[in-house]
Design a protein around this ligand. Structure first.
Ligand code: SF4
Length: 419
């Protein structure tokens, strides 16, 4: 039921680390991360959001650990969370140590604002003794000032140097359980920085366009950066940073990986034609109704909603299941083969019922039960519409005769254009 594999480059091999029970890097599937927006001290509220994120496709969730109440909250959240929890640390080394005490599965340190070597080495030693990985989370917007000045700005080289400095401190205490991010809000900078990181380090890379903003612009920016790198085989775990409900981040991450064939489809992939003058139904409304009904039932299929039967089933022949409209009827098809013709006002209902049966019985079994007369009926509808709108919508034969008549009736045939 999954798409044929798309041609993304072979994944670049990195070391493998484990964030709780989620493997990152090596041959592990690319994982999806997101971050809670609740106060971490609000244990129940944060757990609710973590469950929602996990349901939308997040494999790992990050929570801020910015105050002692947050660390205490983490101690209560970690054992009840369905996914590994990473503590996000800025400025305060004591918050990193408290998060480790709380039992988190990973830390994110920002080298731009945690700069004292002895403190960094202390955290790394504590993490090493507990088997907890650390992400070196370099961010162009909060790059160490001295590096900014040395490199003349937040260049890809400056971001890599920041990660390299942090790694050197980790090496001193023999800590190697590391992943790296070199995020920027500028997509081109982010892409270049990660390409360089991939050439420089063999640690797993966490991809993200930071502060991408609200959707749809934020989604476009984050996808432009993350998808470009994934298509080049770069990246082991991803996060969309959207100014939106974080559930949207998790869903987008998951959908991107499924679209690139990097993760098996877990949920619905609804494809719908953009509609055009041929459409026999309100495609936008029908697609929305179908999407809501199928998502509610968590149908893991690629389902197509097509506006007309003339081109629809052919254009969507790769879909597991689809429906195309024509002459007030819906043509239900599986892998391009028409299996049944239903009244137009029952299209969504019939689509959803068939999707549930495919999930329960399998594609082949449902294809075997196809209504034998459906193809013939569908062809008749297609032909009627084709004749009405397609083959000679402009009545071209008559028009040509009329044009000739007018020309013959005229005294002169058109001569050459005046110079
Ligand atoms: S399926 Fe039909 S209605 Fe939809 S875009 Fe194609 S030709 Fe137009």
């Amino acid at each position: 039921m999954a798409n044929a594999a798309v041609s993304v480059a072979e994944r670049r091999r990195t070391r493998q680390i484990h964030v709780g029970d989620v493997a990152v890097g090596g041959d592990a599937p690319v994982s999806v991360q997101s971050m809670t927006t609740t106060k971490t001290a609000d244990v129940e509220g944060t757990l609710q959001q973590i469950y929602a994120l996990a349901g939308a496709g997040a494999d790992i969730v990050r929570c801020t650990c910015n105050e002692i109440e947050a660390a205490e909250g983490l101690a209560r959240i970690v054992p009840r969370s369905p996914v590994p929890i990473v503590a996000d640390i800025h400025f305060h080394v004591e918050m990193a140590l408290a998060a480790l005490d709380a039992g988190v599965n990973g830390l994110r340190l920002n080298p731009g604002n945690l700069r004292k070597p002895e403190e960094i080495k202390l955290v790394a030693s504590e993490a090493r003794d507990r088997g907890v990985p650390i992400r070196i989370g370099v961010n162009a917007g909060s790059l160490d000032k001295s590096l900014y000045e040395r490199f003349g700005g937040a260049t890809p080289e400056a971001l890599i140097e920041s990660a390299r400095k942090e790694l050197a401190y980790f090496d001193e205490v023999d800590f190697h359980d590391v992943k790296i991010s070199v995020k920027a809000s500028n997509v081109a900078l982010m892409i270049e920085a990660y390409r360089l990181a991939s050439e420089t380090f063999d640690y797993p890379l966490h991809l993200g366009v930071t502060e991408a903003g609200p959707p749809p612009g934020g989604l476009v920016k984050a996808t432009a950066g993350i998808a470009t790198l994934l298509a080049e085989g770069i990246g082991d775990t991803i996060r969309y940073s959207l100014t939106a409900d974080p559930v949207e981040e998790a869903r987008a991450g998951r959908q991107l990986l499924e679209a690139l064939g990097l993760r098996e489809r877990k949920g619905l992939d609804l494809i719908a034609c953009p509609s055009c003058g041929r459409a026999e139904i309100d495609v936008i409304r029908v697609a929305k109704e179908a999407q809501e009904a199928l998502e509610e039932r968590k149908i893991p299929l690629q389902v197509a909603v097509m506006g007309c039967v003339v081109n629809g089933p052919g254009e969507a022949r790769e879909a597991d299941l689809g429906i195309a409209a024509g002459r007030h009827r819906g043509h239900l098809f599986i892998k391009g083969k028409i299996i049944r013709v239903v009244p137009e006002d029952e299209m969504v209902e019939a689509l959803v019922a068939e999707a549930e049966k495919i999930v329960a019985e399998g594609l082949e079994a449902r294809l075997a039960l196809a209504d034998e007369s459906a193809e013939g009926e569908a062809e008749a509808d297609r032909q009627a519409l084709y004749d009405a709108k397609g083959a000679d919508a402009n009545h071209s034969d008559e028009v040509v005769v009329r044009i000739r008549k007018h020309l013959d009736a005229g005294t002169k045939k058109p001569g050459p254009d005046p110079a």
